[in-house]
Structures are given as structure tokens and as C-alpha cells.
Design a binder for this molecule. Structure first.
Ligand code: SAM
Length: 391
């Protein structure tokens, strides 16, 4: 089907010749006719869910973590939460609601900045400022930077190994007018920060290369002068990422809760995402002054703040319905969202180990969590069973 995004990519190739897969993905997702200009992208009526859409308990644990970080930093005022790739701002709204419940002093010190490449509608919320941009403003703020499933949405290059040689995939047009893959030889030096030194030995390997990470951290180091960075996303450590087991399996597409792997289908109507190589992410952060203070699965991270304990209590008390408990359990199910990674880094904060930081972090007994709303899967009006892709 000849969608506007497909036509724009076709025209770009006609004008300038084959484009890298990274440029293809940039146009398919973020051009004026790209996927992220569509209205219904997130949640039940959209293409995919993320953790914040399950239940506001996810945002509540993020708020708990942020409150603990604020205290560790000496309760600075003003304090910024900067969320890049905030999507429909579900996480932002729920984190703020959780902070009003948890800590009024933090709430009154706070500005929440939502930055996204797509327009964010937040309604009437005086604590949230929105910025329509793919960059952070270089204001050297004090606070916490948070992102959920941002890095996987950065346009990536695709590399392939054939007979000991490395190739990068470009997209051209064949004589029938269809897109075709073109492989061009590269060397390891072209992307030395992003490729493992043994890559040539992985004969037949194909996978994404997210070379935007360095620029991202560089930008963040200008945006955040003192504070923490919480990065939540899906991916693997380098050894697993660059392995034949994961070859051809690291790029995914999402359309109406169906996942696929062909980025040339439904161009402009489906999301395209790539798993994250977390070792490269850590290395890149280190280069720009961010110190690792914790790296967990999402399950470990949430449990370190008491989610497993809370779930046991919910089951024992029998006050929550089965559907809600099942949905919340998905957040720390290691084969689903619980298998996501959480990387916590700091900048200019005295060395902190997040495991220690979280040793006494629990949602205070008796306090309510933020309200379940229409956007959440746990909303009672949602169907009892729902075919779902969690990422
Ligand atoms: C997979 S969605 C995740 C949305 C949200 N964080 C969630 O968990 O539901 C990725 C979001 O990141 C945004 N995005 C991608 N690159 C960005 C950039 N460089 N700066 C700001 N937003 C970006 C996209 O527009 C999209 O809204």
C-alpha cells in the first residue's frame, strides 16, 4: 500500500539514492507523515502498551524512587523531573499524583518537564511543562531524568556479517518499484564504540546498531548537572545482544497489538523498535559523566521497593480483584515486562548504590495509590481478557 510515509521515503531515495536503514526509520516514524504523527498509538485503542499503562502502581514505585533520590540529594529546591519520550504522559501524570500522596514538600518543589517528538496533551496540570523536541534544553538542572521505552525508539542502523565481513544495510528501490535491501561494506572502525571486537566471527548475524546513544548522553549532560538518570527499556547485555541466538530478532514492529519483524510493511502505520545493547549504553553514559549506581531487571528493581511483598499481601487480603492482581504481576514477571532492564546512573552525586538506597523504600502502609483511569489496562471497563504485546 502506498502510504504517505512510503511515498516520502520513495521520493527521498529517487532524489538522493539509497538511504541507510536509520534514515528509513527516521522518516517512517518521525517525519510529518510518520507513525508518531498518528493519534492512536498507545494503550487499548493503539498499537502497544507500556508498563505505565498497566496500573498506576508502576508510576507510584517510580515516584518512591524519585522521592528517595531527592532526599539523598539533600532535598534541593527547585527540583526537576525530566521525562524524555513521555508519550501520552500517563507516567508523568501518575508520578505527580503519587508524589502528591507521598510527599507534599517534594511536590511543591517540583517541575515536571515532558519532552517528546510528538505533541503531548496534558490538559490542565500546572506542574507539567511540555516541550516538543527531540533534544533536551541545556539548562543544567538539578533533579531526576527518567525515560521508559525511549531508547528502543531511536532510529537504528542495521548491520550484517557475511563471510567475516561487516555490512551496513541501505534501502533502495528495485525495478518493480519495491524497496530493496542493499548491503554496503563497512569496517569495525566506522562504529567502533558500538560493535564488539569479535563481530566478524558471527557469520550470518544481523542486528540493529543504536549509534544515537553518545549524542543522547551528551545532550543529557548539558541538561542535568546534579541528579540521577533512570532508564527503563528492553534489551540485553552485549554478549547476548551480539549472539546468533538474537540474530534477526532484535528489530520489532507493532501494529494493533500484533508484533512483527518486517519494517517494510505498513510504513507509517506501524511502530518500529530495536532492543537496546545495555553495555554500550552504560559505556556511553560513563563517557559523558554518568556513574552507574544500579542495573536491574524491572522485576528486581520493583521488588527492591517492595512490589513482591505488596502482591503477596494483595493476594492474601483478597481485596483486589484477580484481574488487577494479574496485571500488576505482569510488571514483575521476568518473562514479560519484569524482564525489562532498569539502569540507574548519577551525575555529581556522591557515590550511591541503589540497592542500599532502596533498602528502606516501601509504599507507606495505609496510603492509597493514584487512581486507575481510562488509560490503564486495570480499568474495570476494559475487557477481562485482552490479547496483548507488552513491548
Ligand atoms: C515507545 S514510545 C514510549 C512512550 C512512553 N514513554 C511510554 O512508556 O508509554 C517512545 C516515545 O519516545 C518519543 N521519542 C523518540 N525519540 C525521542 C527524542 N529524541 N526526544 C523526545 N522524544 C522522543 C516518541 O515520540 C514516543 O512518544
Amino acid at each position: 500500500m502506498n502510504s504517505p510515509a512510503r511515498s516520502l521515503i520513495g521520493q527521498t531515495i529517487m532524489d538522493a539514492g539509497p538511504i541507510s536503514f536509520e534514515t528509513f526509520m527516521e522518516i517512517a516514524l518521525y517525519s510529518e507523515v510518520g507513525y508518531y504523527r498518528n493519534e492512536d498509538v498507545f494503550g487499548i485503542t493503539g498499537d502497544y502498551y507500556t508498563s505505565p499503562h498497566i496500573h498506576p502502581i508502576f508510576a507510584s514505585f517510580c515516584a518512591l524512587q524519585i522521592e528517595k533520590m531527592w532526599k539523598t540529594m539533600g532535598q534541593p529546591v527547585p527540583f526537576f523531573i525530566i521525562e524524555q519520550g513521555a508519550g501520552d504522559a500517563t507516567l508523568a501524570k501518575d508520578i505527580l499524583e503519587a508524589i502528591t500522596i507521598l510527599n507534599q514538600d517534594l511536590y511543591s518543589s517540583l517541575t515536571y518537564l515532558c519532552v517528546d517528538r510528538r505533541q503531548i496533551e496534558i490538559g490542565d496540570n500546572s506542574h507539567i511543562e511540555t516541550v516538543l523536541s527531540d533534544q533536551l534544553e541545556p539548562f543544567h538542572r538539578t533533579g531526576v531524568f527518567i525515560s521508559n521505552e525511549l531508547i528502543d525508539s531511536f532510529p537504528v542502523k542495521i548491520i550484517e556479517i557475511k563471510d567475516g565481513e561487516i555490512f551496513e544495510m541501505y534501502v533502495g528501490i528495485n525495478s518493480q518499484g519495491d524497496f530493496e535491501e542493499i548491503l554496503r561494506p563497512i569496517t569495525i572502525d566506522d562504529y567502533v564504540d558500538f560493535l564488539p571486537s569479535n563481530i566478524e566471527q558471527l557469520n550470518g548475524y544481523r542486528g540493529p546498531l543504536n549509534t544515537k546513544m553518545n549524542d543522547w548522553y551528551k545532550n543529557m549532560s548539558d541538561a542535568l548537572n546534579y541528579g540521577f538518570v533512570i532508564t527503563i527499556d528492553y534489551g540485553f547485555d552485549r554478549q547476548v545482544f551480539f549472539s546468533m541466538k538474537k540474530s534477526h530478532r532484535l528489530l520489532q514492529t507493532y501494529y494493533k497489538h500484533i508484533d512483527g519483524s518486517n519494517p517494510f510493511q505498513r510504513i507509517g502505520s506501524q511502530d518500529i523498535t530495536a532492543h537496546v545493547d545495555f553495555d554500550t549504553l552504560k559505556k556511553s553514559g560513563h563517557k559523558y559523566g554518568f556513574t552507574e549506581c544500579g542495573y536491574f531487571s524491572q522485576a528486581e528493581w520493583l521488588n527492591s521497593m517492595g512490589l513482591d511483598h505488596l502482591l503477596r499481601k494483595m493476594r492474601a487480603d483478597g481485596l483486589e480483584n484477580r484481574k488487577t492482581i494479574n496485571l500488576i504481576s505482569g510488571l514483575n514477571d521476568i518473562s514479560g515486562l519484569g524482564g525489562f532492564k532498569v539502569l540507574i546512573q548519577s551525575k555529581n552525586v556522591r557515590h550511591v548504590d541503589v540497592r542500599e538506597l532502596n533498602s528502606d523504600v516501601f509504599w507507606p502502609q495505609g496510603l492509597k495509590f493514584p487512581q486507575v483511569k481510562n488509560v490503564h489496562m486495570a480499568n474495570d471497563r476494559q475487557p477481562e481478557t485482552w490479547e496483548t504485546n507488552f513491548f
